[in-house]
Design a protein around this ligand. Structure first.
Ligand SMILES: NC(=O)c1ccc[n+]([C@@H]2O[C@H](COP(=O)([O-])OP(=O)(O)OC[C@H]3O[C@@H](n4cnc5c(N)ncnc54)[C@H](OP(=O)(O)O)[C@@H]3O)[C@@H](O)[C@H]2O)c1
Length: 306
């Protein structure tokens, strides 16, 4: 199997590439930085610039499955220009992949797209569990972006490709991601939840994110799946598990909601929103999680270097 991966130089992409190599899978990747085209030993890099609709179409040669992870970071301050970039890096990049493949028809062999999506598509809900059937509406910036992103991904079915969308939860990794900014205060015994701390945190260990992308590519899954571990926890529990893994005390009260809203405004939704997300559909697919419990996942990511 040969994969074309966008966003291969990011947190999930780097681990996915390592794992794919260990399984003998060949890799092409697209990067927005010309300097990174030679950055992954053993893989062939190609340059693209989705904002200018530029792409090296040789990237599709011999490719069976397209794995689309590209997207500008959502943790930069949500200024209007960063918000435009968060949206266009996902929507325009997906559109460019689609139009490029369409132009190549019938001269390519891509059968499947497995695209990243996010649980930020779901409305915040402190009580109820959401699943892939939950109706979504563009009621917030994040919900609108993810809905538009998924709508673009759906267009690939008109080209005859199988379409898989993985709605990823909070990724736990030794290399940063969501734990990056939380680790330092928690390691100093200053970890604290936000708001009332009762928000649902639907997390997933990076090994399982990568495992799901590979399973979906190999088995050509169809449709939308929540890429979350089967045991979501409250935010208080989540920070407590991190503190325990770091062997540090955890006693501070949560940081009040109004303080966060005052400082980071709309972006405070990233830590104040609640998502209790079901993993039932992927469990029914037969996927076996390496890390189903948050305590084991936290222990692994704070002690291991991958
Ligand atoms: N990590 C999480 O907790 C999480 C949760 C839910 C969903 N997701 C989604 O999963 C995907 C992968 O996540 P990640 O954590 O690996 O992200 P990441 O570390 O931020 O990497 C994303 C990659 O996207 C590319 N990129 C950045 N800006 C871009 C732009 N303007 N246009 C096109 N490409 C751009 C970059 O690759 P180049 O520099 O090589 O172009 C970068 O390496 C993202 O789409 C993210 O939204 C992640």
């Amino acid at each position: 199997m040969k994969l074309l991966i966008t966003g291969a130089t990011g947190l999930v992409g780097r681990r996915l590439v390592q794992k794919a190599f260990s399984l003998g899978i060949e890799i092409h990747f697209l990067t927005t930085s010309k300097s990174k085209t030679d950055s992954i030993a053993g893989a062939k890099g190609f340059h693209w610039n989705p904002s200018k609709a530029e792409i090296d179409s040789a990237c599709f040669e011999g490719v069976d499955v397209l794995i689309h992870l590209a997207g500008a970071s959502i943790s930069k301050l949500w200024t209007s220009s960063n918000k435009r970039q968060i949206r266009s890096s996902r929507v325009d990049s997906t559109r460019l992949l689609h139009s490029s493949l369409k132009q190549l028809e019938p001269g390519h062999q891509v059968k499947q797209i497995v695209a990243a999506s996010a649980i930020g598509i779901y409305p915040s809900d402190f009580e109820n569990t959401v699943d892939e059937q939950t109706i979504v509406h563009p009621n917030s910036f994040m919900e609108e972006v993810v809905i538009s992103w998924e709508n673009e991904v759906d267009q690939f079915s008109s080209l005859g490709l199988g379409v898989t969308k993985l709605r990823i939860g909070l990724v736990l990794s030794p290399k940063g991601g969501v734990l990056g900014p939380l680790k330092i205060p928690t390691a100093w015994g200053l970890g604290a939840a936000f708001g009332n701390g009762k928000q649902g945190q639907s997390w997933i260990h990076i090994e399982d994110v990568v495992g799901l992308f590979l399973a979906a590519s190999k088995e050509q899954w169809e449709g939308v799946y929540n890429a979350v571990a089967p045991n979501p926890v409250s935010q208080t529990h989540f920070i407590g598990a991190l503190a325990k893994a770091l062997n540090r005390p955890y006693f501070l009260p949560p940081i009040p909601k109004f303080a966060l809203q005052l400082i980071i405004r709309e972006m405070s939704s990233l830590v104040l929103d609640s998502h209790w997300v079901s993993a039932q559909k992927i469990l029914e697919k037969g996927y076996l999680f390496s890390f189903p419990l948050v305590e084991e996942a936290m222990q692994d990511v704070v002690t291991k270097k991958r």
